[in-house]
Design a protein around this ligand. Sequence first.
Ligand SMILES: Cc1ncc(COP(=O)(O)O)c(C=O)c1O
Length: 439
Amino acid sequence: MTHDNQTTLVPPSSSTPATLPTACRTGVVATRVNHSVPKKMADGDDLPLFNKVRNYTSASQVRATGLYPYFRTISSAQDTEVMMNGRMVLMLGSNSYLGLTNHPKIKAASMAAVAKYGSGCAGSRFLNGTLDLHIELEQRLAELVNKEAVLLYSTGFQVNLGVISAIVGKDEFILGDKSNHASLVEGCRLSLGEFLRFAHNDMAALEARLANIDHAVGKLIVVDGVFSMEGDIINLPEVCRLAQRYNAAVMVDDAHGIGVLGEKGAGTAPHFGLTSQVQLIMGTFSKSLASLGGFIASDAATIDFLKHNSRTLLFSASMSPASAAAVLAAVKIMTSEPQRIARLWQITDRLKKGLLSMGFDLGASQTPILPVYVRDMIQTFKFCKRLEEEGVFVNPVVSPGVPQGMELLRVSLMATHTEKQIDFALDKFQKVGRELGII
Ligand SMILES: Cc1ncc(COP(=O)(O)O)c(C=O)c1O
C-alpha cells in the first residue's frame, strides 16, 4: 500500500492522467509530470523552490475532464442528507457513524460551553489551557476504554504524531501495518526509532520482522483497529500474541472502531477482550463522537510521561470548550443508547447484502465502511460523479490512498440512515454500476 507521502509517479506508458490524492490518508500530491510551459503564479514566479508548484498538473488534468471530485461544498449540517449546490443529496460518505453531528443535545452542550468558557482556551494544556471540562472528559474516556488515564489532544493526527515520536526513541523499533492511516505513518517517520512496515494484516510478515529484532530492544507495533479505507478489522488477537512473544508493546488507532465495535462502542480492543494487552489506545472525536480532537489512553505513568514529553500536546493549544463539551455529550448518548450501534450494523447489513447481490466487489470489509472496488481511477471518478448527479454522495479513493489498481468508492453508513435511504442508494448504485459496466 502507498499510504505515505512519497511521490507518486505516473507510469511513463500510462495514458491515464496523473494520480490524485484521496481526501483522506495522505496530504501530499505530487507527480513528476514535466510541463514545459510553467503555470503563471502570482508570487515567487521564478523561485526554484516553487518549481514543484508550477509543474504540478494532476488536479488540473482531472478538472479538465469535468470529473474532479474533491473539496465539494456542503451548505448544511453533516447529516444523512446534505445540501450541495442548492439540492439535497444522500450522504454516504461521512464518518459520523452514530449520526450524532447534528444531535440537539450535543449542539446544546457545545453552545452552553461557549457561554460558560468562551470560544477558545488561548494556550496549551501544559500552561493556561486546561479546563475542568478537559479533566472530566479524560476521566469519562478512561472509563469508556477501561484504561487508567487519558490525555486529550486537539486533533487525532496530533495524537499519532506526538505519542509515537515521544514513546519510540533512537535505536528502538516501530512496526506498522502498510494500510495504517497517514497520521500513524507520519508519527512513525517523526520518531527517531527505526520504522519497519509489514504487509496489510499479514501476521507472518509481522512475525518475520519481530524475529529479526533483539528481544531486549524497545519495540512498538502500531495498527489501525478498523482500516479506514478497506473497512476490515486488525487481527488483534494475533498481534497481541506476537507482541507478548517478542517483547513488544501495541498501539491501536481506533478512529473508526470507537462507536462501531465493542460494548457501548468502546472500540476494537474491548471487542476482542484484549484491552489489557494493548498498551496504547488512540481515538479521535472527528468520527462517531461528533466533534474535533483526539485522545490517547494508557496506564497513568505513560500518560504522565506524555504530558511532559509529547510535543504536539505541549506546544499546541488545547481542545476548544465547544469541542470538548460536544464529545462529553456524545459519549453520554453513545453509552446510554446502545440501540444506535445495533442500528448502524443493521443498516450496514442491508446495504452490504444489496451491493453484493448486485455483483459489486466489497473486498474484505467487516464494518460500516464499505469499499466498492472499481480498480480504475477514471472509472472511479465517473462513478462518483454519476452517483452525485443521481443524488448520492460517496468518496472516491485513488492512489496514493490505495495502490494503483485498487481504486474504490468508499461508502460509509450512519446509524440514522433509514431503510428508504438505503434502498434509494441501492437503486442508484445498480443504475450507474450497469451504465458504466462495473456490474
Ligand atoms: C485512522 C485514523 N487515524 C487518525 C485520524 C486523524 O484524526 P483527526 O481527524 O482527529 O485528526 C483519522 C482521520 O482521518 C483516521 O481515519
